[in-house]
Design a protein around this ligand. Structure first.
Ligand SMILES: [Zn+2]
Length: 1018
């Protein structure tokens, strides 16, 4: 039996809510055999017929208003006609209960018995596809493969072409390879998790070079046949000289993105099929929830789990799901419905506490239901009883989101609230460092001016006239100034706390106020602050006491909320949490490099715990002119669901707008507070590890002071038993949180995956973008405990292992000189190489420690879209586009080879944005964008394009604005001319090329990985 649900829960968690009245007494196990849930009930997940649903309500602030907001009523079941959620997609517009595609049956047909499957694969893959490979490795794209996925990519990586088919059968049908359980015997495989063992040290199993770190550090001279990339590669591995391939012949991310957009772009993706692989994150598609959570909320590294732990170990493909519980939905998708089960609270399984969901199986004419997570049979509470139709499905199936949808919310009862009291609305406290630097730079004035408009637009609950969020203000340097901005006052009052060792709140009444009521006093205050400190000489600041003050304020007001802290220097004033400069470039590329990224323990660790306990999220806006120990200062934000923004050498003129865009987005984001998340799974596997801006007090409850629409939690999954192909694998993510108006809610996301004993099925269902998200997060965590060299080695080894296992078990036999990649992973090497070259992992003294620490922390809470873009930036040609077209020009490969001397390119990765101008850019191009006659006339530090009235200028500006709008973070536009010095900063983002600070080109990396694979297979 599953063990979920038995771990001690914190006092106000979801352990025992509201089920007191439903003592079913069925805790001892299933009274009835488990139904063949997905085989026998194909109709269960068909499209809900439109118009049967409760009206949608907006789940949180900031989401688009529901299309039918007039019908919002969380407590009333509406029986009338409802607006159509979507024009039903052609294939999934079944008559009621008569699906043309029995959703879960179709899975069975996708998973034929192993023997048959093998034959299918063999015959499919041999259908003329592995005939003599092309001389120079044009990717083979067999078109006749039977599975829905596209076929593996095949490349001949040098060496004479061999007659592939002649070797037929040798690998697939031959005797089992030695040590199937540990396929690559000789070394402890890192395991699917990759970084579980601190300090594995030493070379990889195959004598992986231990020298300077093949992918980092200064590159040695080129090796024969290996242009510069792998200085330490042992000569013995060299084999025949590798010929230089053309970049066009190796798998391209831009091509993969374009193909998926072509195939699935603009389509409606219905979530009615278990284990279905969704479109790529880069594809523009709509989602129709038909029983599984939208991929916007949950994505997986693979949608088919291996049945056994042995298989998982053998392939080393990490099993993980990336959950973004508050993901923004496009305007044409329905916000989550709210279900209210009244005073008794949400219906839950007595044993494992899973919430009512589409996977529960009703029995006994509807009087009982069997939990699909733990098999417990539960009594249906009397008020919830409903008859079943002839298919065994409740007749109110389509009227109840919790029976028919993958994602929905429950109104939470008092049992889900702290101290059994309904929460107060959250508060936002703005805490401004008014030390010398910030006054002098004009930052304080800028913030105060902006707040006047920003506070008018605080997030509101759907249907409410004004925001319920309270606001408060603190300024500080060595001491803290609190402001009383009570509406009754004519003037704000300041209270100074200079004893920062024992932080206390000098006032209760009037500190946290309703903005609308206190607008006049707040305006007054915001006008006065820059003047009050205009003559300050104080350059020292405190930091930990500032956060402590925020926590105390929330404690006193019995609310959760967010601190917006604007700080420009390292806190060196005598106070708790005082920091000193510990940056040391000599540590780079040594065993001790990791210490640069480890936060200072003590004060900040405790502060994180205090914050999480109070639901206090910390957002940090940093304006450094030198080292600030970001690893430590970012520690509290990165455990409280917060963000860290950083503006090096901030100047109002060049960075002001960039900063304000971030601030506006951040304040207005949709967000939930005081959150606790639990991932329940069906028997056989469980969630074992969690990555995100989170805090864990035990092994199962993910605590977040807040979680916003851009934050994701990556959850690693491991087997604890054998999974069944028939029942598949189920996950339910339940997030308990407080809305921006102080309502307590539960947000539920359900996802069902396939299980297979065939590795081929797993490889077919992989999602590279999700894999890379997992690898990035686990590598960035691992670098706190082990040398970067080891972390990079594990990444390379695991890449090779995953691909070699595919080659050995799934691919049809072919010449060893051919590199065969599973179709779903064919661009994995590009991403892995890019990850190893990313600033945190690269180990270069030329990079700032704070910049590296910043990226490390940012990635920890990123969703799949963000890691994808970060590791493979968009490079968009702008010089030859059709200015009349609405579409964004197709990006080109992120390589110097994609650039042209006479071209103009935009590059962005979600954090940086460049406009690159070729040195031979035609004068009319320059004229139409910059209104100057030539490149030479361009000003040095432009951060925005002038508003020139030409079609090209308008189009370029609209592309840039569109991207800034779309990304979670603002980006500062940097304009670089080819061959100018700043071009270097641009070039480090051309991730297919050799790294500026070390690291191989994509081509060299692929060649190297191929060599590793060949080693593993011999
Ligand atoms: Zn259960």
């Amino acid at each position: 039996m599953s063990q979920q649900g038995y771990v001690a829960a914190p006092p106000y968690s979801q352990a025992q809510p509201g089920m007191g009245g439903y003592q079913g007494g069925f805790g001892a196990g299933p009274a009835q055999p488990l139904y063949g849930h997905y085989g026998g009930q194909p109709q269960q997940f068909t499209a809900p017929t439109t118009g049967m649903m409760k009206s949608p309500v907006s789940p949180a602030a900031g989401l688009p208003p529901p299309p039918v907001s007039s019908q919002y009523n969380p407590n009333i079941q509406q029986n009338g006609a409802h607006p159509q959620r979507y024009p039903a997609p052609p294939a999934a517009s079944p008559a009621y209960g008569q699906p043309p595609q029995p959703a879960y049956n179709s899975m069975a047909s996708q998973a034929p018995p192993p023997a048959q499957q093998l034959t299918n694969q063999m015959s499919a893959m041999n259908l003329g596809n592995y005939a003599p490979p092309p001389a120079m490795g044009q990717p083979q794209m067999p078109t006749q493969m039977s599975p829905p996925q596209s076929p593996p990519a095949t490349m001949s990586m040098g060496g004479p072409p061999m007659a592939g088919p002649a070797m037929a059968g040798q690998q697939m049908a031959g005797p089992p390879m030695a040590g199937m359980g540990r396929p690559f015997a000789g070394a402890p495989p890192p395991g699917p998790g990759g970084f579980q063992q601190p300090g594995p040290g030493g070379p990889g199993p195959l004598g992986y070079p231990q020298q300077a770190g093949p992918f980092g550090g200064p590159m040695a001279g080129p090796q024969p046949g290996m242009p510069g990339a792998f200085p330490g590669a042992p000569g013995g591995l060299a084999g025949p000289p590798q010929q230089k391939l053309s970049a066009d012949s190796i798998p391209s991310i831009t091509q993969v993105i374009e193909e998926d957009q072509g195939k699935q772009g603009g389509q409606v993706y219905s979530t009615n099929t278990r284990g279905q692989v969704p479109p790529l994150v880069t594809t523009d598609f709509s989602v129709q929830d038909q029983g599984n959570a939208s991929p916007r909320f949950m994505r997986c590294t693979t949608y088919t789990l291996p049945c056994t732990a042995d298989l998982a170990k053998q392939c080393q493909v990490p099993l993980a799901t990336i959950i973004k519980p508050f993901a923004s939905l496009p305007k044409n998708e329905t916000p989550l419905y709210i279900v209210n089960h009244g005073e008794t609270g949400p219906i839950r399984c007595n044993r494992c506490k899973a919430y009512m969901c589409p996977y529960m199986q009703f029995l006994d004419g509807g009087r009982r239901y069997q939990c699909s997570f733990c098999s417990c049979v539960n009594e249906v509470p009397a008020p919830y009883f409903q008859h079943l139709d002839h298919m065994g499905r409740r007749v109110d199936f389509y009227e109840r989101p919790e029976l028919s949808l993958g994602s929905y919310e429950f109104a939470a009862t008092l049992e889900y609230c702290k101290n059994n009291k309904p929460p107060n609305p959250p508060a936002y406290i703005f805490m401004i460092d008014v030390s010398y630097n910030n006054i002098k730079s004009g930052l304080v004035k800028l913030i105060c001016e902006e707040l006047k408009t920003l506070l008018e637009n605080l997030p509101r609950e759907e249907g409410m006239e004004s925001s319920a969020i309270k606001v408060g203000f603190v300024t500080y340097n060595k001491v803290l100034h609190f402001y009383n901005v009570k509406s009754a006052l004519a003037q704000p009052q300041m209270m100074v706390v200079s004893d920062t060792a024992e932080m206390f709140l000098p006032l209760l009444d009037g500190f946290l106020v309703n903005y609308q009521e206190s607008r006049a006093v707040i305006y007054n205050l915001l006008d006065q602050i820059p003047d009050m400190f205009a003559d300050t000489n104080e350059s020292e600041t405190v930091f930990a006491p500032v956060i402590q003050a925020g926590v105390e304020a929330f404690k006193a007001a019995e609310c959760s909320g967010k601190l917006f802290i604007f700080q420009s220097s390292m806190p060196t004033a005598e106070a708790p949490g005082k920091l000193k400069n510990r940056d040391d470039k000599k540590l780079v590329n040594t065993e001790k490099e990791k210490t640069l990224f480890q936060p200072q323990k003590g004060v900040y660790e405790q502060l994180s715990k205090d914050c999480v306990a109070q639901g206090c999220c910390v957002d940090l806006f940093l304006f450094p002119s030198q080292y600030m120990d970001l690893a430590t200062m970012g520690d509290v934000p990165s455990h409280t669901g917060g963000s860290v923004y950083k503006y090096n050498n901030f100047q109002v003129e060049t960075d002001g707008e960039h900063f304000l865009r971030d601030l506006r987005k951040d304040v207005q984001k949709s967000i939930g507070f005081d959150a606790i998340m639990r991932v329940r799974t069906s028997t056989g596997f469980r969630a074992t590890d969690f990555f995100g801006a989170i805090h864990m007090n035990n092994t199962t409850d993910v605590e977040m002071a807040a979680i916003d629409c851009d934050k994701a939690v990556t959850v690693e999954l491991k087997h604890d038993d054998t999974l069944s192909e028939e029942s598949g694998a189920l996950m339910q993510c339940a997030l308990l949180y407080t809305t921006i108006s102080g309502q307590r809610r539960l947000r539920i996301h359900n996802l069902s995956l396939n299980c297979s004993s065939q590795l081929m099925e797993l490889y077919k269902s992989c999602e590279t973008d999700s894999l890379v998200n997992f690898f990035a997060k686990s590598a960035y965590r691992a670098m706190l405990n082990q040398p970067l060299k080891n972390v990079r080695e594990i990444l390379v080894n695991q890449t090779a292992h995953m691909l070699a296992c595919y080659r050995k078990n799934c691919a049809s036999p072919s010449a060893a000189s051919q590199l065969i990649l599973p179709s779903a992973m064919k661009v994995l090497p590009v991403y892995m190489n890019s990850l190893m070259k990313s600033a945190p992992l690269v180990g270069s003294t030329e990079l700032s420690t704070d910049d590296r620490a910043h990226q490390r922390l940012s990635v920890t809470s990123m969703g799949v879209e963000d890691t994808q873009l970060l590791l493979y930036p968009r490079l968009i040609p702008l010089h030859n586009m059709d200015v009349s077209s609405e579409a964004l020009p197709a990006p080109v490969r992120c390589s110097e080879e994609g650039l042209t001397d006479s071209g103009m390119f935009l590059l962005e990765n979600g954090h940086s944005m460049f406009l690159w101008l070729g040195q031979a850019s035609p004068p009319d191009l320059i004229q139409s964008i910059f209104n100057v006659p030539s490149l030479g006339h361009l000003q040095g530090h432009m951060c925005a394009l002038p508003e020139v009235d030409t079609p090209l200028s308008k189009k370029v500006r609209s592309i840039i604005n569109g991207l800034l709008e779309k990304r979670p973070n603002s980006m500062k536009l940097q304009i670089v001319r080819q061959r100018d010095k700043p071009e270097m900063f641009f070039r480090q983002f051309l991730v297919e090329d050799k790294g500026l600070h070390g690291g191989a080109s994509y081509m060299d990396f692929l060649t190297y990985v191929h060599r590793e694979i060949r080693q593993l297979l011999t």
